[in-house]
Design a protein around this ligand. Sequence first.
Ligand SMILES: Cc1cc2nc3c(=O)[nH]c(=O)nc-3n(C[C@H](O)[C@H](O)[C@H](O)COP(=O)(O)O)c2cc1C
Length: 319
Amino acid sequence: MGSKQLNEILGVTTPILLAGMGGIAGPALAAAVSNAGAAGCVGGYKLKGDQLGDVLLETAALTSRSFGINFIPEVVGSAGLEQQIDLVVRISPPQVFITLFGMPDDDAISFLRKSGRRLVIQVGTVDDAEHAADFCDVVVLQGIEAGGHLLGQLSLAELFARCNDRGLRVPLVVSGGIADIATIRQYRSAGAAGVQLGTAFLVAEEAQTHPTFVDRVLAASASDTVITDRFTIGWPGRRHRVLAHPVAVGPRQPSTFIGRTTISGRHYVVPRYSAAVPTRATSGRIEEMVMYCGTSCERVTATEPAHKLVARLAAAFED
Ligand SMILES: Cc1cc2nc3c(=O)[nH]c(=O)nc-3n(C[C@H](O)[C@H](O)[C@H](O)COP(=O)(O)O)c2cc1C
């Protein structure tokens, strides 16, 4: 299935998806991407109740187009995810779709189906891609070049080639290490329906990324990133690709508090090795906090409004 079908499923005109990055992809970035014709997405992470309601309503007030809300089943559990989905269905317009990081369990599959919302699932293995294709609308394939938590062990090229061979019934979107037209064109001609980007949007003007984090991404090349399992507080048990600063790669230090942050109006302290990235609302020792970053940083060299990035990369989908 190609880009046209993907566009129809998501209600967009450009098959570029913003990764739903927790803390970074808020209403302003999601709406800017959707208003540019691509698929904006808000990072839902652990948000619930009023905090989740507020970001959904705020985004819907900024765009009448479709956008996604991203959740992480392994972080909130099946019961937590059910509450999040309930709220989405109750208060957001029907064009809001759901994106998941990783596979939901069988209970969750049943309430996700009942939600009536379009469902996008990001996976990192061929088995998960095949299983997800049985019940979701779009599968995002994540290669190990990706910034953030990693769902598999394969390079994107290998994962895509293997999944593409299976002839799955849903459009395949590629994600991990991509931030340029030439690479998108290659995947498109090999049969990918679309692309999902995280790191490239980290430096968009509308992103919530802390300025120090933005500067580090702009200065980094692929070899400045590393896969680690250090930043476990709040999200244990999954490897993640980050910028290789001293806390990520140096000797272990105590998990003492190194900063403060505010998320949707509530205040939190940030311990060393927290899984939460520094945002514009974070203060303290920013340079010690986790900075998820894909090998795509190699090609990310300037900040710009999200619509310009979308317009530049959309050329890869023009004939
Ligand atoms: C800062 C950052 C935060 C992320 N947070 C999430 C998240 O909350 N949920 C999610 O599904 N994926 C998250 N991801 C992973 C992306 O979905 C995607 O796999 C990755 O960004 C693709 O690689 P790229 O960064 O090279 O574009 C995050 C990635 C980054 C860089």
